[in-house]
Design a protein around this ligand. Sequence first.
Ligand code: CTP
Length: 151
Amino acid sequence: MRTVITYGTFDLFHVGHVRLLKRIRDLGDRLVVGLSSDEFNKVKGKKVIIPFADRKEILLSCRYVDDVFQENTWEQKREDIIREKAEIFAIGDDWAGKFDDLDDIVKVLYLPRTKDISTTELKTVIREINAEKLHEAKNVADHLVDLLRKI
Ligand code: CTP
């Protein structure tokens, strides 16, 4: 049984996440995910939309994920890798080189990300849709004010 370990936020779960998890799971027989807590995301400079419990439930419903534990600090990885008996640590290549120091206890791999999709991108799209709706609502309100003035 070869265990593979990864870490991340997995907010607004999207196809880039699915593809990465599938490729990582294919490297072994069991995939465990260290899921960043809401508090730790603040440390990472990320504001999550979906709370931890829901992100965990979504991840656990993904067929490529066998187990999920909470990531609270940058420093816990060594302990997690040993506890989970992980043989491979794999993560997207936006982290390339960042976890090389773990290579004395685990094989460290950085996999290419899926292009043109990210949580940040989705948040931007949601923000733009909201801004557009606000703009439309303001136009309607201005029009109504004009009409009322004419009466
Ligand atoms: N990932 C990926 N392809 C993408 C987006 C993410 O392979 N298009 C990978 C990341 O490299 C990471 C994992 O999915 O190993 C979890 O990434 P996460 O930071 O939670 O997702 P992002 O979409 O990158 O979020 P953000 O835009 O907030 O950085």
